[in-house]
Design a protein around this ligand. Structure first.
Ligand SMILES: Nc1ncnc2c1ncn2[C@@H]1O[C@H](COP(=O)(O)OP(=O)(O)OP(=O)(O)O)[C@@H](O)[C@H]1O
Ligand SMILES: [Mg+2]
Length: 320
């Protein structure tokens, strides 16, 4: 049974006056004890999704349910409790405090939650012991290897025994040797009572996962053959934020590309007439559509894979 469930989660930013929608209508179910990898190219929204799970940002739409809690509706004290205790976060760059020992870096989590100095240290020692770091308690971050620093950071995140452990690129700064201990630790952290969600583009982590969620739209051609599409005036070809596998050449009529403005309204980016092409960026780079395409008048377009489009342009000398 899924204990963490995301439904129709859509997250928007406003960037340079436009709407950016890295996460669009995402559904995801995670069962207790599972380790889930969020995989995808830079900019596809991995950190964004972790921030939403950590209740650091609120989706424009959709539901994030953990056990009986609707995370998107948390406010005030329950929100602070959720951020402080229900989740633990591991950052790419460790974020340890340089002047504190490993022990105190971990104890900070308990101290922030109101524990006494002594109780906080006792708990930190316990966690570091179980993570195999008992001989590093008095070391400061600068005297630890990258792998050890990351393990201390994981210890800090686990200190209050969170229900959900979130890790953002936890192996980004680690070499092969250092990665091993961190991977084992993440794997062992997923067990009954705790889920682990790791954002990464490191495929060394793949064997670790109970489930892999690809956030980047897949780069595969849907039509191997060109397909002609007739569009009545005003009808939609694709919408900003959609994933896209093909580019288009306009045969007749005119296609307008428009972009949603943050705060409402839209802006015309380009009108594309007969013989011209558009929509090649999303399939080429595995991005989502950055504009909406619709017919300005009755029109017809033909879809091509980026590869076929390139051959066509080379043979005909056409440009977009
Ligand atoms: N605060 C913000 N304001 C506007 N746009 C943002 C903001 N944060 C992220 N974005 C945009 O949202 C998209 C997703 O960003 P995000 O950082 O979640 O990607 P990512 O998958 O974590 O990338 P990386 O692998 O490089 O860490 C990007 O296009 C980014 O530019
Ligand atoms: Mg990121």
């Amino acid at each position: 049974m899924s204990v963490l469930s995301l439904r129709d989660v859509t997250i928007e930013y406003s960037s340079g006056g436009y709407v950016v929608r890295p996460i669009n209508a995402l559904d995801l179910d995670v069962a207790d004890g599972e380790l889930v990898l969020l995989l995808g190219a830079s900019g596809c929204g991995k950190t964004t999704l972790l921030c939403a799970l950590a209740a650091l940002l609120t989706p424009a739409r959709g539901s994030i349910r953990l056990d009986d809690t609707e995370v998107t509706e948390l406010r005030g004290a329950p929100l602070a409790e959720y951020r402080g205790r229900t989740i633990g976060v591991v950052y790419q760059s460790f974020n340890l405090i340089p002047s504190l020992t490993a022990l105190d870096n971990v104890a900070v989590a308990s101290w922030n939650a109101g524990a006494s100095g002594r109780a906080g240290r006792a708990r930190a020692r316990e966690v570091l012991d179980t993570l195999g770091l008992s001989d590093r308690l008095r070391h400061r971050p600068a005297d630890l290897s990258g792998g050890e620093q990351q393990r201390v950071a994981i210890a800090r995140a686990l200190c209050l025994d969170p229900r959900l452990l979130l890790a953002d690129e936890p192996t980004a700064h680690l070499d092969e040797l250092q990665v091993e201990g961190v991977l084992r630790l993440l794997r062992d952290s997923a067990r009954p009572g705790r889920m682990v969600i790791v954002a990464t583009h490191d495929d060394r982590l793949l064997p670790l996962a109970d489930r892999v969620v690809e956030l980047t739209p897949r780069r595969r051609p849907v039509h191997t053959e060109p397909v002609r599409v007739a569009l009545a005036a005003g009808s939609l070809l694709f919408a900003q934020g959609d994933s896209g596998d093909v580019a288009y050449v306009v045969e007749e009529g005119e296609i307008e590309l428009v972009r949603e403005r943050a705060g409402g309204g839209e802006e015309l980016v380009q009108r594309v007439g007969p013989g011209r092409y558009f929509g090649e960026l999303a399939p080429l780079f595995g991005l989502r559509r950055t504009a909406t395409a619709r017919a300005a008048v009755n029109s017809a377009v033909t879809s091509f894979t980026p590869h076929d489009l390139r051959s066509l342009m080379a043979s005909q000398g056409r440009g977009g």
